[in-house]
Design a protein around this ligand. Structure first.
Ligand SMILES: Cc1cc2nc3c(=O)[nH]c(=O)nc-3n(C[C@H](O)[C@H](O)[C@H](O)COP(=O)(O)OP(=O)(O)OC[C@H]3O[C@@H](n4cnc5c(N)ncnc54)[C@H](O)[C@@H]3O)c2cc1C
Ligand code: FES
Length: 502
């Protein structure tokens, strides 16, 4: 499992030194949100330090499909429905500002950004209805989107029938790790520490700032910016308003003459398909995303991955699988990203999350919102987004998201109670929840090693499930993930799983 981006970018150096004891702003997380925020703060003259739990780009940004686009599947219609036309226009403006910032910063950086059109397509009558709602929303937001009725396969370069499509020219595809490598290089050249392998574990709020606790020491700062993807601190219960969605991405080498999509594609019908094409050393590489599921809630993730493969090979029979990977992102119940001060943080902790798989533009826009508030220069669109309050539809969805979380919590504890009790180790590559006394135990075998750990998520007590495609323990409540050895991979948890008591 290695993303095409990790395969094709020079490695980004780690820095295992101790974090500084004090600074003005600490940014937790070195994905696109964190490095964009650090760049904006540093260039405004603010002293900033970045702490990263793993390595730069290790989680979602390094595993994205990297479309830097204002046409975003059916997102605009959702935003319009939940928040109205004014918020929709502010959303589009914020995304445009994010897109422009990245293009400007990456000017002249080889292989970082390339212009491409974006296409959202429907293959069923129901999909066409969704597409038309999106078309109306795009028009109301002033986006010059073109509607194509039953476009010819040749026109779009795909080997399947399309009922209707929306196309927006002059969007961009990113190489996300080249982008992060360049941002990190510049920050370090300006003396900004980016300490890797250094997880933030807690924060204490004091009168004049925060003490950020990390695995390698405390940092005193005036402000903390949480750019951790997930909501790693529970103030304001932000995690309860986010739904973690995980997807597979598979990259295929295409033979000469195979159809090659003209643009970056996303379907509105289920199961959703995301397509983009890149030239890698003279080979056309087709990247397909699919298999979306709520983290920890799919029974067999391996089947979802196989289903993406089947679809790809039925349409491109001569394609050769090159690599695959998976990633997750968090959708807010309002369909609008959260970027602002956390409640009960004394005005010292900002967080940004909830990009709903459109973080290339939204991460930068969120970084602008937060950096703007810290240095006192807010964009008008930021004020409109900040002022938006959840409407009734959103409150309904928050309750629904939490009811399903509550249902899982209960059902999974019951499941752990009836888990088969056997002394045989799980087969290679598999895992199961067993029970020892009152405690759920996560048993797995990988690389010939059988491990027995606590089966209870260290965030808020969800019972873990085995992800057979990626060999990880995933939490069905808020999306935390752990290695077979119990280390945190991602999500709101900050502590490793303990070994099961013998
Ligand atoms: C399959 C998939 C495809 C996507 N495709 C697109 C696309 O085509 N276009 C688009 O616009 N968006 C896309 N997205 C969304 C986009 O990739 C994300 O929204 C974006 O990368 C999020 O960036 P981030 O910096 O907020 O999070 P991340 O990149 O996850 O960075 C967060 C960082 O914080 C670190 N961290 C976590 N906890 C701590 C802690 N306690 N202490 C210190 N560090 C911590 C993590 O290790 C991580 O490196 C996609 C998402 C997925 C899942
Ligand atoms: S992620 Fe919240 S309980 Fe596991």
């Amino acid at each position: 499992m290695r993303s095409l981006w990790a395969e094709t970018a020079p490695p980004i150096p780690d820095d295992a030194s101790a974090p500084p004891g004090g600074t003005t702003v600490v940014v937790a997380g070195a994905g696109l949100t964190g490095l964009a925020a650090a760049t904006m703060l540093q260039s405004a003259g603010v002293r900033v330090a970045v702490v990263e739990a793993r390595s730069i780009g290790a989680v979602t940004t390094g595993n994205t499909t990297g479309k830097l686009s204002l046409l975003q599947g059916d997102v605009l219609a959702h935003v319009r429905e939940h928040a109205g036309d004014e918020a929709l226009r502010a959303y589009v403006e914020s995304n445009r500002a994010g897109q422009e910032w990245l293009c400007r910063e990456m000017q002249g950086i080889a292989g970082a950004v390339a212009e491409e059109s974006a296409v959202t397509y429907a293959t069923t009558p129901a999909g066409v209805k969704t597409l038309d709602a999106e078309f109306a929303a795009a028009q109301s937001a002033g986006l010059p989107v073109e509607r194509l009725a039953q476009p010819a396969r040749d026109e779009l370069g795909v080997p399947f029938e399309i009922e209707a499509a929306l196309r927006l020219e002059a969007q961009f595809r990113l190489h996300p790790l080249r982008v992060l490598a360049e941002l990190a290089r510049r920050l370090r050249a300006q003396g900004v520490p980016i300490v890797t392998g250094c997880r933030m574990t807690d924060v204490a709020v004091e009168d004049h700032g925060v003490v950020v606790k990390t695995e390698r020491g405390d940092i005193r700062a005036a402000t903390l910016v949480l750019a951790a993807g997930a909501s790693v601190l529970d103030r304001g219960l932000l995690f309860a308003r986010l739904v973690p969605s995980r997807s597979f991405v598979v990259a295929y080498d295409l033979p000469a003459g195979a159809p090659s999509p003209r643009g970056m594609f996303l379907s509105v019908d289920e199961p959703s398909r995301s397509l983009r094409c890149d030239d890698v050393d003279g080979i056309r590489v087709l990247t397909i995303g699919g298999g979306a599921h709520i983290t920890g809630r799919a029974e067999h993730t391996g089947r979802l991955l196989a289903e993406v493969d089947d679809w790809a090979l039925s349409n491109w029979p001569a394609a050769r699988r090159r690599t695959w990977w998976a990633a997750q992102d968090y959708r807010s119940v309002t369909h609008l990203p959260f970027a602002g001060l956390l409640p009960r943080s004394g005005g010292h902790i900002y967080a940004a999350t909830g990009y709903g798989k459109w973080g290339m533009t939204n991460a930068v826009a969120s970084a602008m919102r937060i950096a703007g508030r810290i240095v006192g220069s807010e964009e008008p669109w930021a004020a409109t987004l900040d002022a938006h309050h959840a409407g009734l539809a959103d409150i309904g969805e928050t309750i629904q998201a939490n009811t399903s979380v509550g249902g899982h919590l209960l059902a999974d504890w019951v499941r752990s109670g009836v888990g088969q009790s056997t002394t045989d180790p799980p087969a290679e590559g598999s895992g199961r929840i067993a029970r020892r006394g009152m405690s759920p135990v996560a048993e797995s075998t990988t690389g010939g090693v059988t491990r027995r750990l606590s089966g209870v998520c260290t965030h808020l007590g969800g019972i873990l499930t085995w992800n057979d495609a990626e060999c990880s323990w995933d939490c069905p409540l808020h999306g935390s993930r752990f290695t077979p050895g119990g280390q945190v991979l991602e999500g709101p948890a900050v502590a490793a799983l303990s070994t099961a008591d013998e």
